[in-house]
Design a protein around this ligand. Structure first.
Ligand code: MG
Length: 380
C-alpha cells in the first residue's frame, strides 16, 4: 500500500488524482490533502479517502466549520508541519510558484515527489540544481510531456540524446490571426481544443506560456541545454513528446489525451495500472501532423527561451509576471495580447542575479509582481 499526500487536491490535477486513488483502494492510501480555498470540496474528499489530516492554506477560507475529526492545519506557513505525515509519495499539484516551498521541503526530506507544479521547477530550478541535485532523482513528472520524456528515457544513456522534442497542441488560437488573438475573451481562451485542465494552465496554453514553462521544466528535469529542447506544434496531441538519439532513432510516447494517465503513472511508478482512460484507436485518429511554432504570433514562447538561456532569475520574472497577467486577464482587466506584453516589459526591467537561494527567489518574486501590477495598470 502506497501512502500518498496530495497537495492541491481540489484543483484539476488533484481531483483526478483523488479519482485514481479511489479506483485502486488496495494500492493507494491518501493520508493527507491540502487545498487553498475550496474547503467544502476538500472535506468531502477527506471523508471519501478517510485521510488523517488536511491543510487549508488560505486562512480567510478556513473559517468554515470543520466537523469531522481530521487534524487541520491552517495557513501557508504550516506546510512543513503538515508534511510530517508519513508518506511514500507526495503529489504536488499546487497551482503557481507558491508550490515552490513544498517542492523544496519534499526533496529535502527525500520523499519521492510526483510533480505537477511546473512553476516550482521553473522558479526554483537553480536552487534544486545547487543544493538538491541528488534529490532531483526523486522527481516523477506529472506534466504529460515530461511524463512521456521520463518514460522514453528509461534505460537510455543521457549522453546519447540528440534532442528532446516537446509537442504542443497549439491551443485554441493556433489558426487565429493577430487581430483575433488581440480580441480574444477569457471564454474563448478557456476553450482548449484537446486537454481538460484548470483555468490558469488553459490560459497559459493559449498564449503558449505553458509550453515556455515546459521548455524550462524539461531543461531542469533532464539537464538539457535549451538548444536541445525543441517545441513543435502537433494539433492532435496524440504524441505527448519525443526524444531523438545520436543514431537518428526517435522514440515517441503516444496515448489518449487524458491527464489521468500521467497522474496514475506518477502514482504507480515503476509499475503500471489498468488504463484509466481507455485506449488509442489509430484508425480513427487517421493522421498525425506537425507544424513549426509561429514565434511572431506566440512571442511568449520565444521569451521563455530567452529567459531560460539568460538564467539569473529571468525564469522567475517570466513566471511571476505571467501569473499576475493571467489573473488580470481572467478578471477582464487586460486584453489577451497584453499578457505577453506585460511579460516582456517585466523581463526587460529585470535585474539579473543568480536565483539559487530561496530568499533571493522570494524577493525577486515580490519585485516582479509589483512591476507586473504596474504594467497591468498601464494596460487596463
Ligand atoms: Mg503539459
Amino acid at each position: 500500500m502506497k501512502k500518498i499526500i496530495i497537495l492541491g487536491s481540489t484543483g484539476s490535477i488533484g481531483t483526478q488524482a483523488v479519482e485514481v486513488a479511489l479506483k485502486h483502494p488496495d494500492k493507494y492510501k491518501v493520508v493527507a490533502i491540502s487545498t487553498n480555498t475550496r474547503v467544502p470540496l476538500a472535506l468531502e474528499q477527506a471523508k471519501k479517502l478517510n485521510c488523517k489530516s488536511i491543510l487549508i492554506t488560505d486562512e480567510s477560507a478556513s473559517k468554515t466549520e470543520i466537523t469531522n475529526d481530521l487534524k487541520v492545519f491552517k495557513g501557508h506557513d504550516q506546510i512543513i508541519d503538515f508534511l510530517h505525515v508519513e508518506a511514500d509519495l507526495v503529489l504536488n499539484a499546487i497551482v503557481g510558484s507558491s508550490g515552490l516551498e513544498a517542492t523544496l521541503t519534499i526533496l529535502e526530506k527525500g520523499i519521492p515527489l510526483a510533480l505537477a507544479n511546473k512553476e516550482s521547477l521553473v522558479v526554483g530550478g537553480d536552487i534544486i540544481n545547487k543544493r538538491l541535485r541528488e534529490a532531483k532523482k526523486n522527481i516523477i513528472p506529472v506534466d504529460s510531456e515530461h511524463s512521456a520524456i521520463y518514460q522514453l528515457l528509461l534505460g537510455e544513456n543521457k549522453k546519447e540524446i540528440n534532442k528532446i522534442i516537446i509537442t504542443a497542441s497549439g491551443g485554441p488560437f493556433r489558426e487565429a490571426s493577430n487581430e483575433e488573438i488581440k480580441e480574444a475573451t477569457p471564454e474563448q481562451a478557456l476553450a482548449h481544443p484537446r486537454w481538460n485542465m484548470g483555468p490558469k494552465i488553459t490560459i497559459d496554453s493559449a498564449t503558449l506560456v505553458n509550453k515556455g514553462l515546459e521548455v524550462m521544466e524539461a531543461h531542469y528535469l533532464f539537464d538539457m541545454s535549451y538548444e536541445k529542447v525543441e517545441a513543435i506544434i502537433h494539433p492532435q496531441s496524440i504524441i505527448h513528446s519525443m526524444v531523438e538519439f545520436a543514431d537518428g532513432s526517435v522514440k515517441a510516447h503516444l496515448g489518449p489525451t487524458d491527464m489521468r494517465i500521467p497522474i496514475q503513472y506518477a502514482m504507480s511508478y515503476p509499475e503500471r495500472e489498468t488504463a484509466p482512460a481507455g485506449f488509442s484507436d489509430f484508425l480513427q485518429i487517421g493522421k498525425l501532423t506537425f507544424e513549426p511554432v509561429d514565434f511572431d504570433r506566440f512571442r511568449a514562447l520565444k521569451l521563455a527561451y530567452e529567459a531560460g538561456k539568460k538564467g539569473n532569475g529571468y525564469p522567475v520574472a517570466y513566471n511571476s509576471a505571467n501569473e499576475e497577467a493571467v489573473a488580470a486577464f481572467l478578471d477582464n482587466r487586460i486584453g489577451f495580447d497584453k499578457i505577453t506584453e506585460v511579460l516582456e516589459e517585466v523581463m526587460n526591467s529585470h535585474e539579473a542575479q543568480p536565483a539559487d537561494e530561496l530568499g533571493i527567489v522570494k524577493e525577486m518574486d515580490i519585485k516582479t509582481r509589483e512591476k507586473a501590477a504596474k504594467a497591468i495598470k498601464e494596460h487596463e
